[in-house]
Design a protein around this ligand. Sequence first.
Ligand code: ZN
Length: 191
Amino acid sequence: MTDLGEDPDREGLRDTPKRVEKAYKFLTSGYGADIDQVVNNALFTVDYSEMVIVKDIDFYSLCEHHLLPFFGKCHIAYIPSNKVIGLSKVPRLVDVFARRLQVQERLTNQIADTIRDKIAPVGVAVVMEATHLCMSMRGVEKQNSFAVTSAMQGAFRDNARTRMEFLELIKLRSAVPGIRESAGYACVGED
Ligand SMILES: [Zn+2]
Protein backbone atom coordinates (compact mmCIF):
# COMPACT_ATOMS: atom_id res chain seq x y z
CA MET A 1 0.00 0.00 0.00
CA THR A 2 2.94 2.27 0.67
CA ASP A 3 4.07 1.54 -2.88
CA LEU A 4 0.73 2.75 -4.18
CA GLY A 5 1.19 6.03 -2.31
CA GLU A 6 -1.17 5.17 0.52
CA ASP A 7 -0.80 5.35 4.26
CA PRO A 8 -1.51 1.82 5.53
CA ASP A 9 -2.00 3.15 9.04
CA ARG A 10 -4.93 5.41 8.33
CA GLU A 11 -8.18 4.33 9.85
CA GLY A 12 -9.94 3.06 6.73
CA LEU A 13 -7.00 0.91 5.69
CA ARG A 14 -5.83 -0.48 8.99
CA ASP A 15 -7.89 -3.66 8.78
CA THR A 16 -7.90 -3.88 5.00
CA PRO A 17 -5.30 -6.67 4.70
CA LYS A 18 -7.39 -8.78 7.07
CA ARG A 19 -10.56 -8.01 5.13
CA VAL A 20 -8.91 -8.75 1.79
CA GLU A 21 -7.64 -12.07 3.08
CA LYS A 22 -11.10 -13.00 4.27
CA ALA A 23 -12.72 -11.90 1.01
CA TYR A 24 -10.28 -13.85 -1.16
CA LYS A 25 -10.67 -16.93 1.02
CA PHE A 26 -14.38 -16.81 0.26
CA LEU A 27 -13.90 -16.00 -3.42
CA THR A 28 -11.62 -19.02 -3.81
CA SER A 29 -13.54 -21.35 -1.50
CA GLY A 30 -14.33 -23.57 -4.49
CA TYR A 31 -10.94 -25.27 -4.08
CA GLY A 32 -12.04 -26.72 -0.76
CA ALA A 33 -15.51 -27.71 -1.91
CA ASP A 34 -16.38 -31.36 -2.33
CA ILE A 35 -18.28 -31.91 -5.58
CA ASP A 36 -19.65 -35.21 -4.37
CA GLN A 37 -21.04 -33.55 -1.31
CA VAL A 38 -22.64 -30.87 -3.46
CA VAL A 39 -24.42 -33.21 -5.88
CA ASN A 40 -24.44 -36.79 -4.67
CA ASN A 41 -27.48 -36.46 -2.44
CA ALA A 42 -29.34 -34.79 -5.27
CA LEU A 43 -29.04 -37.31 -8.08
CA PHE A 44 -32.37 -38.80 -9.05
CA THR A 45 -33.30 -41.62 -11.38
CA VAL A 46 -35.77 -40.71 -14.08
CA ASP A 47 -37.35 -42.43 -17.07
CA TYR A 48 -37.63 -39.45 -19.37
CA SER A 49 -35.13 -37.92 -21.74
CA GLU A 50 -36.42 -34.40 -22.27
CA MET A 51 -33.92 -31.57 -22.28
CA VAL A 52 -33.40 -30.00 -18.83
CA ILE A 53 -32.43 -26.33 -18.95
CA VAL A 54 -31.29 -24.10 -16.11
CA LYS A 55 -30.62 -20.64 -17.41
CA ASP A 56 -29.58 -17.23 -16.12
CA ILE A 57 -27.50 -18.60 -13.25
CA ASP A 58 -25.57 -15.64 -11.84
CA PHE A 59 -21.91 -16.30 -11.27
CA TYR A 60 -18.89 -14.35 -10.06
CA SER A 61 -15.35 -15.51 -10.67
CA LEU A 62 -11.81 -14.17 -10.61
CA CYS A 63 -9.56 -13.89 -13.64
CA GLU A 64 -6.37 -15.77 -12.83
CA HIS A 65 -4.18 -13.25 -14.64
CA HIS A 66 -5.22 -10.12 -12.77
CA LEU A 67 -7.28 -11.38 -9.80
CA LEU A 68 -10.08 -9.13 -10.97
CA PRO A 69 -13.69 -10.27 -11.24
CA PHE A 70 -15.45 -11.56 -14.27
CA PHE A 71 -19.14 -12.19 -13.85
CA GLY A 72 -22.32 -12.81 -15.75
CA LYS A 73 -24.79 -15.55 -16.54
CA CYS A 74 -24.40 -19.26 -17.00
CA HIS A 75 -26.87 -21.39 -18.95
CA ILE A 76 -26.84 -25.16 -18.64
CA ALA A 77 -28.74 -27.84 -20.50
CA TYR A 78 -28.54 -31.59 -20.53
CA ILE A 79 -30.50 -34.53 -21.84
CA PRO A 80 -30.69 -37.19 -19.13
CA SER A 81 -30.03 -40.81 -19.92
CA ASN A 82 -31.39 -42.03 -16.59
CA LYS A 83 -30.27 -39.53 -13.96
CA VAL A 84 -30.92 -35.86 -13.22
CA ILE A 85 -29.36 -33.41 -10.76
CA GLY A 86 -31.66 -31.62 -8.33
CA LEU A 87 -32.28 -28.20 -9.84
CA SER A 88 -31.20 -26.30 -6.75
CA LYS A 89 -27.79 -27.98 -6.87
CA VAL A 90 -26.94 -26.75 -10.34
CA PRO A 91 -26.10 -23.16 -9.28
CA ARG A 92 -24.03 -24.58 -6.42
CA LEU A 93 -22.07 -26.65 -8.89
CA VAL A 94 -21.36 -23.48 -10.86
CA ASP A 95 -20.15 -21.76 -7.67
CA VAL A 96 -17.72 -24.59 -6.88
CA PHE A 97 -15.80 -23.83 -10.06
CA ALA A 98 -16.45 -20.08 -10.25
CA ARG A 99 -14.98 -19.54 -6.79
CA ARG A 100 -11.48 -20.28 -8.00
CA LEU A 101 -8.88 -18.45 -10.05
CA GLN A 102 -10.18 -19.03 -13.55
CA VAL A 103 -10.28 -18.35 -17.23
CA GLN A 104 -13.78 -18.40 -18.64
CA GLU A 105 -13.14 -21.23 -21.12
CA ARG A 106 -11.88 -23.59 -18.44
CA LEU A 107 -14.69 -22.70 -16.06
CA THR A 108 -17.24 -23.49 -18.79
CA ASN A 109 -15.65 -26.85 -19.56
CA GLN A 110 -15.24 -27.87 -15.92
CA ILE A 111 -18.96 -27.43 -15.32
CA ALA A 112 -19.84 -29.46 -18.43
CA ASP A 113 -17.32 -32.20 -17.60
CA THR A 114 -18.62 -32.54 -14.07
CA ILE A 115 -22.21 -32.96 -15.22
CA ARG A 116 -21.03 -35.53 -17.77
CA ASP A 117 -19.10 -37.44 -15.11
CA LYS A 118 -21.88 -37.35 -12.53
CA ILE A 119 -24.94 -38.33 -14.55
CA ALA A 120 -23.62 -39.55 -17.93
CA PRO A 121 -26.26 -37.65 -19.89
CA VAL A 122 -27.00 -38.07 -23.59
CA GLY A 123 -25.56 -34.59 -23.97
CA VAL A 124 -24.62 -31.53 -21.95
CA ALA A 125 -24.23 -27.89 -22.95
CA VAL A 126 -22.90 -24.96 -20.96
CA VAL A 127 -22.86 -21.36 -22.19
CA MET A 128 -21.34 -18.56 -20.12
CA GLU A 129 -21.53 -14.86 -20.89
CA ALA A 130 -19.41 -12.57 -18.76
CA THR A 131 -18.00 -9.10 -18.37
CA HIS A 132 -14.32 -8.99 -17.43
CA LEU A 133 -13.35 -6.12 -15.16
CA CYS A 134 -9.68 -6.67 -15.91
CA MET A 135 -10.49 -5.47 -19.40
CA SER A 136 -13.19 -2.87 -18.85
CA MET A 137 -11.71 -1.26 -15.70
CA ARG A 138 -8.25 -1.03 -17.15
CA GLY A 139 -9.58 0.48 -20.35
CA VAL A 140 -7.96 -2.11 -22.55
CA GLU A 141 -9.50 -1.17 -25.89
CA LYS A 142 -8.05 -3.79 -28.12
CA GLN A 143 -10.09 -6.65 -26.72
CA ASN A 144 -13.72 -7.09 -25.76
CA SER A 145 -14.50 -7.06 -22.09
CA PHE A 146 -17.54 -9.24 -22.78
CA ALA A 147 -17.11 -12.84 -23.79
CA VAL A 148 -19.35 -15.79 -24.51
CA THR A 149 -17.93 -19.27 -24.10
CA SER A 150 -19.55 -22.63 -24.62
CA ALA A 151 -18.94 -26.31 -24.05
CA MET A 152 -21.06 -28.72 -26.11
CA GLN A 153 -20.85 -32.44 -25.53
CA GLY A 154 -22.68 -35.51 -26.80
CA ALA A 155 -25.97 -34.72 -28.52
CA PHE A 156 -25.33 -30.98 -28.28
CA ARG A 157 -22.12 -31.38 -30.22
CA ASP A 158 -23.34 -34.01 -32.70
CA ASN A 159 -26.88 -32.82 -33.39
CA ALA A 160 -27.30 -29.31 -34.79
CA ARG A 161 -31.04 -29.28 -34.07
CA THR A 162 -30.55 -30.09 -30.40
CA ARG A 163 -27.90 -27.41 -30.14
CA MET A 164 -30.11 -24.87 -31.89
CA GLU A 165 -33.06 -25.68 -29.65
CA PHE A 166 -30.94 -24.91 -26.60
CA LEU A 167 -29.44 -21.75 -28.09
CA GLU A 168 -32.89 -20.50 -29.11
CA LEU A 169 -34.22 -21.06 -25.62
CA ILE A 170 -31.43 -19.17 -23.88
CA LYS A 171 -31.51 -16.33 -26.42
CA LEU A 172 -35.01 -15.43 -25.29
CA ARG A 173 -33.88 -13.47 -22.30
CA SER A 174 -30.15 -13.31 -22.32
CA ALA A 175 -29.70 -11.50 -25.62
CA VAL A 176 -28.73 -8.00 -24.60
CA PRO A 177 -28.90 -5.49 -27.45
CA GLY A 178 -25.68 -3.68 -28.17
CA ILE A 179 -23.41 -6.23 -26.58
CA ARG A 180 -20.88 -7.69 -28.91
CA GLU A 181 -20.29 -11.38 -28.63
CA SER A 182 -16.76 -12.60 -28.65
CA ALA A 183 -15.82 -16.16 -29.29
CA GLY A 184 -12.36 -15.74 -27.81
CA TYR A 185 -11.01 -15.08 -24.38
CA ALA A 186 -11.81 -11.72 -22.89
CA CYS A 187 -8.59 -11.90 -20.95
CA VAL A 188 -5.62 -13.85 -22.17
CA GLY A 189 -3.23 -12.40 -19.64
CA GLU A 190 -1.16 -10.62 -22.24
CA ASP A 191 -0.68 -7.60 -20.07
ZN1 ZN B 1 -7.54 -10.70 -16.54
